[in-house]
Design a protein around this ligand. Structure first.
Ligand SMILES: Cc1cc2nc3c(=O)[nH]c(=O)nc-3n(C[C@H](O)[C@H](O)[C@H](O)COP(=O)(O)OP(=O)(O)OC[C@H]3O[C@@H](n4cnc5c(N)ncnc54)[C@H](O)[C@@H]3O)c2cc1C
Ligand code: SF4
Length: 329
């Protein structure tokens, strides 16, 4: 690991000032950033430790939603009584991620900004446009089993690894930030992460030095909450395909459907056309197959990951069947 300066911020102003002065990177739980520094994938000159910032509250919002501080750990968020009762899809997604030890350190802000698990991104001798823009993409013709089938580009086919973000996308969450000039803004989660395009090294719409302060969830949506994660082993593995589904059935028809997907694209993926195709319809295998066809109509594999297309299809159909089970009986 290379030398770097380290300072700890006591409040938001100080965090902003330190980040600006030292052109430093924030470090929260450190469970991703430190790994990347040890491998010299990332070599920040300065770290601004934000772990003592008072951003550890989970509190109700005026409109009946929930505000989650950026430093709330994944373990505390998954165990929170309100989250478990009103947003179970989020609790389930969090518990499907990493290990208990990691969840105790990993934070809400850090989880959103964790970087891809593409093998070549971590291997500094391999070409990788995300790590070293313009060097090429070793995954395109390499071993791309875990890579994207939707929204990829000729520059990068990496996926986003977060489970939490998939559930938050289905919940229509938004991210609150503090800008380097002291101002603040709110970014809808659907606009937070980026597709790779020609600049895969730019992964979110945050500005340099912009700090995530919290994530806000709107009031809890009605319906059955499901998080299904398909992975190589039962725990401690990233999603090959995951689906966060919140589906409500009323008088035998689907009244609302929110569906978000992990493991398929460079960012948590949501396709409103798929949801709209389900609303007002009577649940059936044929309807679910149509929805899966719509979701995957532009999906493209790269060889080793071709299997993800039928896997995503089956996973979505299984989630929709489970979510509407009682209505179909
Ligand atoms: C073995 C292993 C298995 C894992 N399995 C899973 C899994 O199955 N599913 C899953 O979702 N995750 C998994 N993870 C990833 C883990 O969830 C992330 O490493 C963790 O959530 C990152 O949070 P952190 O607080 O440690 O972030 P850090 O490592 O501290 O930071 C990550 C990035 O976020 C930035 N950052 C952090 N906080 C802020 C903020 N408030 N504002 C602005 N920037 C910020 C940092 O500068 C850095 O760039 C796994 C990790 C490991 C090591
Ligand atoms: S898929 Fe993206 S992260 Fe992986 S090697 Fe290619 S450019 Fe790098």
């Amino acid at each position: 690991m290379r030398e770097f300066a380290y300072s700890r911020a006591g409040d938001l102003q100080e965090a902003g000032r330190l980040a600006e002065e030292q052109t430093g990177r924030f470090i929260a739980g450190g469970t991703n950033l430190l790994d990347l520094m040890k491998l010299e994938v990332e070599t920040p000159k300065a770290l601004v430790d934000i772990s003592r910032l008072p951003l550890t509250e989970i509190s109700p919002t005026e409109d009946g939603g929930l505000r989650i501080g950026a430093m709330v750990t994944n373990a505390d968020l998954a165990a929170d009584e309100t989250v478990r009762r009103d947003y179970p899809v989020l609790s389930r997604a969090l518990l499907a991620g990493a290990s208990a030890q990691l969840r105790n350190k990993a934070t809400t802000g850090g989880n959103l900004l964790q970087r891809t698990r593409c093998y070549y991104f971590y291997e500094t001798s391999a070409p990788c446009n995300k790590r070293d823009p313009g060097s090429g993409c070793a995954a395109l013709d390499g071993f791309n089993r875990i890579h994207a089938v939707l929204g990829a580009s000729d520059q990068c086919i990496a996926t986003h690894p977060s489970d939490m973000a998939v559930a938050m996308l289905a919940l229509d969450a938004s991210v609150e930030t503090r800008l380097p000039d002291g101002g603040s803004r709110t970014i809808a989660l659907k606009n937070f992460h980026r597709l790779p395009g020609q600049t895969p090294e730019v992964e979110s719409n945050l500005q340099p030095g912009e700090l995530i302060t919290s994530v806000v969830l709107p009031p809890p949506p009605k319906g059955r909450h499901i998080y299904r994660k398909v992975r190589d082993r039962a725990s401690y593995a990233f999603a090959l395909v995951s689906v966060a589904g919140i589906v409500a059935v009323d008088n035998g028809n689907i009244a609302s459907a929110r569906l978000a997907f992990g493991g398929l694209a460079h960012k948590p993926w949501r396709d409103r056309a798929v949801e709209e195709a389900l609303i007002g319809q009577e649940p059936s295998q044929a309807l679910f197959e149509e929805a899966a066809d719509l979701l995957l109509k532009e999906a493209a594999g790269h060889g080793h990951n071709d299997f993800k297309i039928p896997l995503a299809r089956r996973t979505l159909i299984a989630v929709l069947s489970e979510a509407t089970k009682e209505a179909a009986q």
